[in-house]
Design a protein around this ligand. Sequence first.
Ligand SMILES: NC(=O)CC[C@H](N)C(=O)O
Length: 356
Amino acid sequence: MKKYLTLENGDQFIGTACGDLSKEIKGELVFTTSMVGYQETLTDPSYTNQIITFTYPLIGNYGISLHANQSPTVAASAVVMQELASTVFHYQSVMTLDEFLKKAGVPGIAGIDTRQLTKIIRKHGTMKASLTNQPLAASSFNTTQSVESVVKSATFSTPQAEKPDHVVLMDFGVKTNIVESLKNFGANVTVVTPDASFESISALHPDGILLSNGPGNPEDFADALPVIRQLQDTYPLFGICLGHQLLALANGARTYKMVFGHRGINHPVKNLLTGEVVITSQNHGYAVDVDSVEDTPLEVTALEINDKTCEGLRYPGRPVFSVQYHPEAAPGPHEATRLFSQFIDLMHANGGVENA
Ligand SMILES: NC(=O)CC[C@H](N)C(=O)O
């Protein structure tokens, strides 16, 4: 069965339908250069309302495992591939990617020249696009949708070590592995919704606050900024991706939409405090304006080496820091995992951040 991918600029690609065959969708077309980790990527809530193009030419070859999801189901709107593996092999595989997409009601398109498509996105920037069963004229592409729906209303705690540090995590669309990473370093995690008040968070007696990743434009979370300002005055705080952008906005810096974003697992980031470079996992379409940080109490601590985007911030004199990349990996390298232990150390020492 044929499927049609139509871009906002009028370009059209014809491929083979996979996943949910009947479903037609619109979304923001982005690409990721990750060679592995398609399951983690597709279930990352930050991809809500986005159509993900995989630049790696073969997707699905090691199937779907019970242990890799970053949220209960597929978060992306659709997936674009060059080749969907017809043979699957991995000892943990419980189903094929095609079955996984079908179960989640998510459409896909295979047989696409993803190299050509990616060159178009790189030139024109991230675009809106549609996936349909019949050819479609590039017309209205209004895909603006609320992203608040990704956040679960339930609050849960995960008691762990004997005297665990208690992290309250503001959930803007958190990836499972952020919670797991905190737990691995011995923390007890309570997840609260993004509209939680300062009082309700304080009532949980946190030792530290984590601002999670999440989909959408950081400027749409203005309501959370006063709460974040109160939290950073009171507790050690660590922001990841959207959480990093919100920390910047809460302190008067600005964010902007990047041309095509950073999505992949080999982005080099230079730590300006130590000179060290780490290879990082990234997934963001917005970034903090480096120049705008100058007029704030914050300091830029890290830059992406290729395009010098802001990758890290800290609040000198306070145990408050953030990174634009994903130290929890899933997928990607684990070089930055130690940021979680640094956060734990800050909760103990309440000192300054040296390696953010
Ligand atoms: N992974 C994230 O938290 C993404 C943050 C934000 N939605 C962006 O695209 O920049």
